[in-house]
Ligand binder design. Structure first.
Ligand code: AMP
Length: 262
């Protein structure tokens, strides 16, 4: 599959009744990855870069909530989820799991997946393992990105996201070619509500309390791959590919370097 035919994740963003324009059919070895790490460490950007390299779909639960928030009439459960999100709190597990389990077809898709922002609690991680086990689609690796807190706060404050295609920029470290316009689709760039200082603190606390324990969980499953999240997006991506390659069999890892290089 050529990069221009990358899946556009419509079924993930809009729900299972919507169909992706391009559905991968013929992958012999799709990649199935989870990206872990504190908010602002750059998971979204790395997921985007990995998607362009490996063509597995970038599945972000945060994007599902934001997408639902821009609908004229979000459901009561979604309205409640959005209120949690604005405050920087985690959305309750039941709501998150309902959304993810409705999208099982995205997780069993022949193109594979790159999960970003899910799972975020032990309960979510266990549910995911059970679901993947039932469908016999095992995870290949969990990439855990780490960065000191002061750098995280700097990254979150300068982050801007395309209102349409969700591409991620940073006012200093990854600026768009034209100020406040997306390089890819020329739409407006916005600061996320939960990237404001009052929400950042709450999100970091939620990460420490609820998400950090997943590091041990995936370590025990022998899936954890550590990645230093410092430096430019390109530096981090090079480390990601290197570290991912080191845990795969040689012929499988070769796909990382050969396909989709831009
Ligand atoms: P993200 O874009 O991944 O940073 O997610 C933005 C916000 O959406 C989070 O701060 C949470 O409020 C909510 N959210 C996204 N994914 C999850 C999840 N797996 N569990 C709980 N809340 C989530």
């Amino acid at each position: 599959m050529a990069p221009s035919e990358n899946p556009n994740r419509i079924a993930w963003l809009q729900g299972p009744s919507a169909k992706c324009d391009v559905v991968p059919q013929c992958y012999s070895r799709p990649w199935r990855l989870v990206l872990l790490g504190p908010p602002g460490v750059g998971k979204g950007t790395q997921a985007d870069l990995l998607n362009r390299r490996l063509h597995a779909c970038h599945l972000s639960t945060g994007d599902v909530f934001r997408s639902a928030g821009s609908q004229p009439e979000p459901s009561p459960a979604m309205t409640e989820a959005l209120a949690h999100m604005r405050r920087g709190e985690l959305v309750p597990d039941e709501t998150v799991w309902k959304i993810v389990s409705e999208r099982t077809s995205c997780l069993t898709c022949a193109g594979g997946f790159i999960l970003d922002g899910f799972p975020r609690t032990l309960a979510q991680a266990v549910s995911l393992q059970t679901m993947l086990g039932t469908h016999e689609v095992p995870l290949h690796a969990v990439l855990n990105y780490s960065l000191p807190t002061d750098q995280i706060v700097k990254r979150l404050g300068g982050r801007r996201t395309c209102e349409k295609c969700k591409a991620v920029y940073h006012v200093n470290d990854r600026p768009p070619k034209i100020e406040n316009r997306c390089d890819r689709c020329d739409s407006k760039l916005l600061q996320r509500e939960d990237d404001r200082p009052e929400s950042i603190e709450v999100r970091l606390e939620a990460y420490t309390q609820s998400t950090e324990p997943l590091i041990e969980y995936y370590k025990k499953l022998d899936l954890l791959v550590q990645v230093d999240g410092s430096g430019s997006a390109e530096d981090i991506f090079a480390r990601t590919i290197l570290n991912l390659g080191s845990v795969r069999k040689v012929e499988f890892a070769r796909e990382l370097w050969v396909y989709g290089q831009e």
